[in-house]
Design a protein around this ligand. Structure first.
Ligand code: SF4
Ligand code: SF4
Length: 103
């Protein structure tokens, strides 16, 4: 499991390098670079922290993703998880942080 960083979207804020518990992401020439993809355990912390939607999380076949990717943006307390499917379609799942732990 790993992530993909879009250099064109990256604004160089370094948040992903700080939040990654394994220090797997580094900055190179002002852009974030995934240095150790094989060591990523898919916690998605960097995906949620990125303010530019520059980090995509791979959804492998083992969790039913068939190579799709997932990004996230936020507005207020609501996280908008976007599933970018292999056929070009995008599905959005909205999660309100205030109600995230109710179950
Ligand atoms: S998903 Fe988690 S472990 Fe993987 S690079 Fe992002 S913060 Fe690090
Ligand atoms: S959090 Fe996003 S915008 Fe900031 S350095 Fe990382 S990839 Fe770039």
């Amino acid at each position: 499991m790993s992530i993909k960083i879009d250099r064109d979207r990256c604004v160089g804020c370094q948040r992903c390098t700080v939040v990654c518990p394994g220090s797997l992401i580094e900055m190179q020439a002002g852009k974030a670079v995934m240095k150790y993809p094989r060591d990523c355990w898919g916690c998605a912390s960097c995906v949620k922290e990125c303010p530019a939607e520059a980090i995509a999380f791979f959804l492998g076949a083992d969790i039913g993703g068939s190579g799709s990717t997932m990004t996230v943006s936020e507005s207020g307390d609501v996280l908008h998880w976007k599933i970018h499917c292999w056929d070009g379609t995008v599905k959005v799942i909205d999660v309100d942080r205030k109600n995230a732990n109710q179950y």
